[in-house]
Design a protein around this ligand. Structure first.
Ligand code: ZN
Length: 205
């Protein structure tokens, strides 16, 4: 009878919907719901064009003060995959883009690091932090006004002048952040700086 098969189909559909609903409820109960929302947001970032301009992440530093050390040799087997931005220890570091905090963690080379995922799925890597911005957590939304932490010498920057190691990673690997960096508009210069400061260079970190 055609009526029976229709009813069967409807029942199967209902069963499917209730299975999905139960799964969602279970995930929410287990606290995975938040993670799904986070992954959803990241998936959206992948559909967006990557940032063409990155705001200078270190307070009171101008782009012209950054010595280009992209792909400078580091030992015999490594190249510098980023730029070092020198500033006194404790200088605030702000996110260069909007996005989400992807990872906060410590590793041998980078010391205390923050990774932010931005438009196009690009990952912005901030390393050698002296400390993290209070309350900063993985999954947090950030803008170019968000404080991430403070300049330091953690990781393999120990013994070098304090600096931020700033890396930009695409799905194809690291790219040079320097051509994308722009000075922040209306910079707030809180400290007097010598007029002709030679760009600093670290040969290590
Ligand atoms: Zn570096």
């Amino acid at each position: 009878m055609p009526g029976t098969s229709h009813r069967k189909l409807r029942m199967r559909k209902m069963a499917k919907i209730s299975v999905v609903a139960a799964a969602v409820l279970l995930l929410m109960y287990l606290g995975i719901g938040d993670k799904l929302v986070f992954y959803g947001r990241i998936a959206r970032l992948y559909t967006m064009e990557p940032d063409a301009r990155l705001a200078m992440p270190v307070q009171d530093v101008l782009r012209k003060q950054v010595a280009n050390t992209w792909h400078a040799p580091r030992g015999t087997d490594r190249m510098h995959e980023g730029q070092d931005i020198f500033a006194p220890k404790g200088t605030p570091i702000f996110s260069a883009t909007s996005g989400y905090v992807y990872k906060i963690g410590e590793n041998n080379l980078g010391g205390q690091t923050v990774s932010v995922i931005g438009a196009g799925g690009r990952v912005y890597y901030y390393a050698h932090l002296d400390s993290y911005a209070p309350g900063l957590a993985e999954g947090d939304h950030v803008s170019t006004k968000t404080l991430l932490g403070y300049v330091g010498t953690t990781g393999n920057a120990q013994g070098t002048p304090p600096h931020l190691h700033f890396g930009v990673y695409t799905s194809g690997g690291a790219i040079n952040p320097l051509p994308l960096l722009v000075d922040r508009t209306a910079p707030v210069l809180t400290t007097a700086r010598p007029a002709s400061r030679r760009p600093m260079v670290s040969r290590k970190a």
